[in-house]
Each structure stands twice: as C-alpha cells, then as structure tokens.
Design a binder for this molecule. Sequence first.
Ligand SMILES: CC(C)(COP(=O)(O)OP(=O)(O)OC[C@H]1O[C@@H](n2cnc3c(N)ncnc32)[C@H](O)[C@@H]1OP(=O)(O)O)[C@@H](O)C(=O)NCCC(=O)NCCS
Length: 174
Amino acid sequence: MKDQNIILETERLILREKVVEDAPFFFELNSNYNVVKYTGDVSFNNLEEAENIVRYVINQYKENGYGRWLVTEKETNNPIGWCGLKFHTDTKETDIGYRFLESAWGKGYATESAKACIDYGFKVLKLNRIYGQAMKENVNSINVLKKLGMTYLREDLCEGHDSYVYELKKENFK
Ligand SMILES: CC(C)(COP(=O)(O)OP(=O)(O)OC[C@H]1O[C@@H](n2cnc3c(N)ncnc32)[C@H](O)[C@@H]1OP(=O)(O)O)[C@@H](O)C(=O)NCCC(=O)NCCS
C-alpha cells in the first residue's frame, strides 16, 4: 500500500486517511446489519460502491482538510472502523462520527478515537463548535457523545429518523 497519511495516534489506536485500497474493509464493515442499523446506510452491493465512497471521502480531505479517518488497532495493525470530523458544506458546521466492527465494540475504542478527533478539531483545526447526532435508539452512540463532554442541544431528524443532537463549544472544551 502507498504512503499512509497518519493523522492521530492514541494509546491503542492509529487514525489515518482512508485510501481506495481500504474498500474491502468498508465493504465488510457495512455488511453487518447491526453496524448500519442506526446509521441510515445499507450494506454495499459490491466493492465498487465501497470504493466510490472512499473516493468521496478522499475528496473531502482535499477540499476541507479533514474527514472521517480509518482507525487501526496498534496491537494487531488491523483496521477496526472509522472515526472523524466531517465538514458539512451546506451548514458550514463540523460533526463527529464513528463506526466500528461489532467485534471492536465494548472496548472504549469509539470514545478513545473520538476524543482525539475532538482535541484535534479544537486545537489544530481551530473549530469553534463540534456537534454529534444519533438516532434516539442508538444508546451506544449517545453514550459516546456524552463521554466526549457534549451536551444535549435539540431533537432533529437523522435520515428520516428521530434523533438527538449534542454539541461541544470550544469554550467548554477541557
Ligand atoms: C456507536 C459505537 C461506535 C459505540 O461503540 P462502543 O464500543 O459502544 O463505545 P465505547 O468506545 O464508548 O466503548 C464502550 C464501552 O467499552 C468499555 N471498555 C472496555 N474497555 C475499556 C477501556 N480500556 N477504556 C474505556 N472503555 C472500555 C466501557 O465500559 C464502555 O462502556 P461504558 O461507557 O458504558 O462504561 C458502536 O456501537 C458502533 O460502531 N455502532 C454502529 C455504527 C453507529 O451506530 N455509529 C454511530 C452513528 S450516530
């Protein structure tokens, strides 16, 4: 694989930019219904669809300077999911997002990686506010938002489903 652009390193994880060669991993990740259940996404029909999504994210890195990153586990060097900040061109706001293999849940990986992203967002990208949104039923995701120090803002729709929006402002970031 060509040079990998590492963005962040935590105690147990490495976050780097996605490359098209990661597509088989994303195909596998989304093939589990439990993983996509509360995301509004469905499984990919083929590898080409997964590759196109990666190209879309690579374009975000170029246009906005950041996007969702691949998370690999240091201990095994295996990809386990993605986590990162996404700039929404319509609202000019940035949100935090994450998605992990079911086998990687319950280890604190989502919180560990998202914390590093939030830190990067405020300190390096100089953002003033980061928000997170999760469907009401997505208890695990809402727990992560709370552990990041985010506070409840309002209800909204996420892919047509009732959801909660949480936010963290720079002045409240510790
Ligand atoms: C949402 C999602 C990323 C949450 O993952 P998760 O593993 O539950 O989240 P965390 O990283 O916070 O880890 C959870 C648990 O790991 C446990 N844990 C085990 N070892 C740990 C460690 N060394 N450090 C920290 N926590 C640890 C903790 O007890 C924690 O639970 P608690 O906060 O209730 O005590 C995961 O469910 C997922 O990928 N879902 C599918 C995609 C999705 O819905 N994404 C969000 C869309 S809005």
